[in-house]
Design a protein around this ligand. Sequence first.
Ligand code: PAF
Length: 297
Amino acid sequence: MTHKSIKIIRTIKELREAVTSWRKEGQTIGLIPTMGALHHGHLSLVKEIKQHTSRTIASIFVNKKQFGPNEDFDLYPRTEEEDIKKLQSAGCDLLYAPSMDEIYPTDFSSTVSVAKLTEGLCAADREHFFDGITTVVTKLLLQALPDAAIFGEKDYQQLAVIKHLVKDLDIPTKIIGAKLIRDKDGLASSSRNRYLSTGERVTAIKLHKILNKIVQKCEEEDSPDLDQILINAKQELLSEGFDDVKYLEIRDAETLETITKIDHPARVITAAVVGKTRLLDNMAIIPHKGLVNKRST
Ligand code: PAF
């Protein structure tokens, strides 16, 4: 199928003009915020949001504020030409690729911050990470004012934080969570997978296998000892060649609170390091039928 050319814009003014003219035609707008280096996971987001809105905008902005001083901001892959081709063939209508100055002019001095859900997990060793994300996502949502915006479940905590942010700040955008997409070998699709050497990738694919085992144990055992299961799994990851396990936890799937038994839908969530690459993954844990407690809140 051939698609009409994707329009590329770089300023907030052009973005607002495009959105206003679509609104006049009665179109609905869907936003796919990304940092580029697009892979099939991103393209599945384009496909999915097209089922909700009649026009789609992908944004590409490598958001400096969510990288720590020793992280890979400078090295983060920037592949705009390839990204444009991919978005075009996925049928995306518009690419918004603002410059650093457009998003953060020199006198920029505001931060959007969400409490509680941003404690622990991905924030444990990355102090400003979520403030960087919530600030840029708020800006992108206010700039485009889309009817819907879509985020992948690979960044499970990010998705929960953004849902909460939109509710707290009364931003009139529906946040859609899209299921985690895996590469053929089972590794969760990520722009950072391209950093992995062949040998590192062999190690990396063990992550989803070990998570699967955790899920099986939690779902099959009558009263699984979650702490012990996680200690054993962490040990297994290290002995399989992972260089570090930043966190490996089982949390309530909705509130992200730490739990000691599986009586609500739960999520095993991890960030583990192979070589210099930090890999995220997570899986759903479904409680035994007999154990399901009705949530009182
Ligand atoms: O998930 C990402 O790619 C980024 O965190 C996001 C949501 C585009 C904000 O920079």
